[in-house]
Design a protein around this ligand. Structure first.
Ligand SMILES: [Zn+2]
Ligand SMILES: [Zn+2]
Length: 99
């Protein structure tokens, strides 16, 4: 099974970019069925915007919050809504009753 380079248009900046045979092979090996919608630059930009990490496993979005216990700036994996106290990881461990 061989792939051929494909020209795709970036949905962000409109630039034409190459979806190379190598990348197509990589995509298929990962089980991705979609073609990339964005050029490598826009993909890179979005990635670093979201998490600052290229590690797929840790790409969960984090929200800035202030710890209700110690007042420290922290990040939580959910959107703080203001009706519940948010704790930093240290205080969370203290506040949460241990099992
Ligand atoms: Zn682009
Ligand atoms: Zn705290």
């Amino acid at each position: 099974m061989s792939f051929q380079d494909k020209s795709l248009q970036c949905s962000d900046c409109g630039a034409t970019f190459t979806f190379s045979a190598e990348e197509q092979d990589f995509y298929q090996s990962k089980g991705y069925t979609n073609e990339p919608k964005r050029c490598p630059e826009c993909r890179q930009a979005r990635k670093s915007e979201r998490s600052g990490s290229s590690n797929y496993g840790s790409s969960r979005q984090m929200f800035p919050a202030v710890c209700a216990e110690c007042g420290k700036d922290t990040q939580v994996p959910f959107q703080p809504r203001g009706d519940r106290p948010v704790y930093c990881s240290d205080c969370y461990r203290k506040v949460k009753p241990s099992r």
